[in-house]
Design a protein around this ligand. Structure first.
Ligand code: PXP
Length: 237
């Protein structure tokens, strides 16, 4: 299973002091040395961590694939067209959230998603939709002609260790099977850690995981290269 490493929280540390370090570009290079298959950044509308400068340099420097998470807005489309990441992942975004909370509702926001995705696809940028694990959401993505989805594992991760986690894993499995039947490229992520990754890493339908916080937290102690290598090891068991 592939791993795209989300380096947002390296930028969070930098922005805490409005300083020049630590540089997420340096983190991306080390993540690739540790075996990352891709680098993910979320360019939030409030720019609380990743800045445009980071996207611009990462685009030129990284050797793997750049995935830019963004709100489904035309303001963000303009930026994406400028830097041309390999893939843009459309996520819901609200000012007060600590992190992305929940998937994008593709049924409710079908028109907006279609407009934004259409502009990105026309420019040769791949489009992935971050959705809660449900068959109806997968169907809605299919209706829009999108063929990459990232299933939100946040509710599973938040309940790992209690009985609710089993129900969430069932939801993820059902949505994953359905998406695979429709030939989607299937990704998953949010809240995954070294401790809770096992059941998700064991799902053959999922091709790639997006993991950030847990890897960055571990990197503070063992270094980014080692933190990524340890997570990769768990994905290959
Ligand atoms: N996938 C999406 C769509 C996200 O928004 C995030 C958080 O930015 C992640 C994955 C990674 O989540 P975490 O940092 O909890 O690993």
């Amino acid at each position: 299973m592939k791993l795209s490493v989300n380096i947002d929280h390296i930028a969070t540390i930098r922005q805490a002091r409005m300083a020049n370090e630590p540089d997420p570009v340096y983190a991306a290079a080390l993540a690739e040395m540790g075996g990352a298959d891709g680098i993910t950044v979320h360019l939030r509308q409030d720019r609380r961590h990743i800045q445009e400068r980071d996207v611009e340099i990462l685009r030129r420097v990284i050797k793997t694939r750049l995935n830019m998470e963004m709100a489904a807005s035309m303001e963000m489309v303009k930026i994406a067209l400028k830097y041309k990441p390999d893939v843009c992942t459309l996520v819901p975004e609200s000012k007060d959230e600590v992190t992305t909370s929940g998937g994008l509702d593709i049924i409710m926001f079908a028109d907006k998603v279609q407009e934004v995705a259409g502009n990105l696809l026309a420019a040769g940028i791949g489009v992935s939709l971050f959705i809660d694990p449900g068959v109806e959401q997968v169907k809605a993505c299919h209706r829009l002609g999108i063929r990459i989805v990232e299933l939100n594992t946040g509710d599973y991760a938040g309940n790992a260790g209690n009985s609710y986690a089993r129900l969430e894993l069932d939801k993820i499995t059902k949505a994953a099977n359905y998406a695979k039947k429709l030939n989607f490229t299937l990704l998953a992520g949010h809240g995954l850690t070294y401790q809770n990754i096992g059941p998700i890493a064991a799902m053959p339908e999922i091709e790639e995981l997006n993991i950030g916080h847990s890897i960055v937290a571990n990197a503070a102690f063992v270094g980014m290269k080692e933190a990524v290598a340890r997570m990769k090891e768990l994905l290959s068991c």
